[in-house]
Design a protein around this ligand. Structure first.
Ligand code: ATP
Ligand code: MG
Length: 671
């Protein structure tokens, strides 16, 4: 450990070292993928503490995911063991929640995504307007990210297709939605940042306190900040003396959610005297992968544009391009390739083709990531891999928590500890076989609304006396269930998160449900493991869960293939990457019959996806795909044409499954 700690700075290249040691002026580090931006950021923190004697508690590191923050903390712990106090590292959202709780007495909870959508639907119904809730969702979220409120002019941020009248409707629904949230002590993700900005705007003493606490502020992935985050950093950083921001404008991929890489570009104007450091050596990908990615980024330009990033890593000289005949066939082909690369024998391996020309079997399942543009595609891979026995994990928090027994458990926890919505309540009721009927549900719903009850309050009232608005036998059941829920609350009083999870699962008869489903078992184990490791009380545990995002729903060290969206893969790296569905409509993404909304951002997203790969990059597409219920003929994405032929090895795996060898029988499943 001592020698590694000596190496924090020494192992870096000269430019990275400059970035670590730059002091006294605001710093902008602009560099392409895999150039060690995130590594440099960690090294800087370690250097500040070890060589500059900076107190860890005065360092604030804002990262894009909590996982990135966790990895940074871990690395710092090894580099600097026995350190007093700790660096504050986490996402903007976690930071804002911390500020609200520690400095503003905030006691609310964060609403999760399914509940948020449900509440928006309710608000739409309540305000009685005819607008798609998806469009509403997007508009409201976009407005919040631009720090606007329902009373503001929304024309600038409105998605196409909404006229002035529509925007008046949006504002109405938004107000109702906000009231519903407030009634349940809930806020959504976007609210958190806006709340802190407002707080800072009205309380300059607090701003001074926080500035006093954090003398060093480091921000990773600065190219993807939105207006709220940008303003927040401005408030925190003051004149910017202790500010370091790191990013790559070519990787900005969240414009559809309000991010704007102009903030990155104007950093030196915002902070006069700021220095800019450029990193150019890529330590991640082979030269071929990097060259292909760069050609994609520059629309196939090979001459005249100087490549911003270079790599000395030699390896396979070509990317593999695979054509399949359907979306399922694509998943089968990818599965076969993975089997070949990993070298295990399964039914797939029997006729699997070769990837590249060098030796196989050098990879493990954990080395492989399968990326796709839309979540829907992920389900096909999950299905096919499941049947083929390929171990995988899917970065999709929502669908993980939806597995049998897990959703019920989390809902029950929220009901007992705060942050529950009526959806949680009904899920728990259903589990206990009460109030399942639509009529009862409606009556209860109406009663909740009229009496302005919280879900927990409703349980208390239902447990106090039989509910009069329903049939007597139903009322009795409800009474019993409400009392049972309250008794469970008593039982777990004062327990740590881990014991609480275990006891609730057993007392609420959730174990049979959990054990009935393989994924449920894994999710439950992971939740237990997290709870044990962190030694939190259950409220902290729930809070962390609510702050998690997709990529954090992964098991970091699992021996499994990772399935995730291209967006989710930001900042990560894998030895083998499959970018799938490389077809117009998906890449670049466009709704049927429409043009892509922001083709440049789609291009950058593809660039991000490609540059996750270290050794092997496979781009796959299908000649036929079912989208929105319609099967259409497709072909390779125009983006693929931007990569020169010499860098591509075509593998048209026309997997039809028509002529069957005996061992292929089971593959019938995949057609
Ligand atoms: P992205 O833009 O994708 O977020 P990044 O610029 O943040 O990439 P890192 O993830 O920090 O890049 O680094 C990429 C890889 O290169 C990592 O595996 C990292 O450990 C390695 N690396 C970075 N700098 C060095 C170095 N000086 N020596 C050896 N390895 C390095
Ligand atoms: Mg990074």
């Amino acid at each position: 450990v001592a020698s590694e700690s000596m190496d924090i700075v020494e192992s870096l290249n000269p430019e990275q070292r400059l970035a670590v040691k730059g002091q006294g002026v605001p710093l902008l580090i602009e560099a392409g993928p895999g150039t060690g931006k995130t590594r440099t950021l960690t090294a800087r923190i370690a250097w500040l503490i070890r060589d500059q004697g900076v107190a860890p508690g005065t360092i604030l590191a804002l990262t894009f995911t909590n996982r990135a923050a966790g990895e940074m903390q871990e690395r710092l712990n090894t580099l600097l063991p026995g350190q007093q106090g700790s660096v504050w590292a986490g996402t903007f959202h976690r930071f804002c929640l911390m500020v609200l709780k520690e400095y503003a007495g905030f006691k609310g909870f964060i609403v999760d995504d399914p509940a948020r959508k449900e509440m928006l639907n309710q608000a739409v119904a309540h305000a009685d307007v005819a607008l798609s809730s998806a469009l509403l969702d997007r508009t409201i979220s976009m407005a919040k990210q631009h720090c606007l409120g329902p009373e503001d002019d929304l024309t600038k941020i409105a998605p196409p297709g909404l006229d002035k009248q529509d925007l008046v409707r949006v504002a109405r629904v938004w107000q109702v939605y906000q009231e519903h949230l407030a009634a349940l002590d809930l806020v959504d993700f976007d609210d958190l940042i806006a709340m802190v900005i407002n707080l800072f705007n009205t309380d300059s003493a607090l701003v001074a306190t926080i500035r006093g606490r954090f003398a060093h502020i480091l921000v990773d992935e600065y190219q993807d900040v939105n207006k709220g985050q940008y303003l927040l950093i401005g408030q925190l950083a003051g004149n910017g003396r202790g500010l370091v921001v790191i990013g790559d404008p070519d990787q900005s991929i969240y414009g559809f959610r309000g991010s704007d890489n102009r903030y990155f570009q104007q950093f030196q104007a915002d902070y006069p005297g700021a220095e800019k450091i450029v990193l150019q050596r890529n330590y991640r990908s082979t030269e071929a992968i990097l060259r292909a990615s760069f050609q994609l980024l520059t629309h196939g330009n090979q001459e005249g544009v100087s490549q911003k990033v270079f790599s000395d890593i030699r390896g396979r000289e070509r990317l593999v391009i695979i054509e399949a005949t359907s979306d399922r066939a694509e998943a089968v082909v990818v599965g076969k390739r993975i089997e070949t690369l990993v070298g295990g024998l399964s039914m797939f391996s029997m006729d699997a083709g070769k990837v590249g020309s060098t030796q196989e079997n050098e990879f493990s399942f954990a080395d492989v990531a399968v990326l796709y543009r839309t979540r829907r595609q992920g389900k096909i891979f999950a299905d096919v891999f499941q049947q083929a026995g390929i171990p995988f994990q899917m970065a999709d928090k929502e669908s993980l928590l939806n597995h049998p027994g897990i959703g019920e458990l989390v809902s029950l926890l929220r009901l007992l500890k705060g942050g529950a919505t009526f959806q949680d309540l009904f899920l728990v009721f259903n589990h206990f076989k009460a109030g399942a009927g639509k009529g009862t549900r409606q009556k209860l719903g109406q009663w909740f609304r009229e009496s302005e009850l919280s879900p927990a309050g409703a349980v208390e009232l239902l447990g106090a006396a039989p509910f009069v608005h329903v049939r007597k036998d139903i009322a009795e059941t409800l009474l019993g269930v409400a009392r049972k829920i309250m008794a469970l609350g008593q039982t777990v009083q004062g327990l740590g998160a881990c014991d609480c999870l275990d006891l609730l699962a057993s007392k609420a008869d959730l174990y049979p449900l959990i054990k009935s489903d393989e994924t449920s078992c894994r999710v439950f184990d992971r939740l237990l493991g997290d709870a044990r490791n962190r030694d939190d009380d259950i409220s902290c545990f729930l809070e962390s869960l609510s702050l998690e995002n997709d990529s954090e729903s992964l098991w970091p060290s699992a021996e499994k293939v990772t399935l995730m969206t291209m967006h989710g893969a930001k900042g990560l790296e894998y030895p083998v990457v499959f970018v799938t569905g490389c077809e117009p409509g998906l890449i670049p993404f466009a709704f049927p019959g429409r043009e892509p909304e922001d083709i440049d951002e789609e291009r950058r997203l593809f660039y991000v996806a490609m540059t996750r790969a270290r050794d092997i990059l496979c781009l796959t597409y299908s000649t036929k795909r079912r989208i929105y219920g319609i099967t259409r003929q497709t072909g390779p994405s125009t983006f693929l044409l931007d990569i020169e032929a010499a860098l591509k090895e075509h593998n048209h795996n026309r997997y039809q499954g028509k002529k069957k060898k005996p061992c292929e029988k089971q593959l019938d499943l995949f057609q």
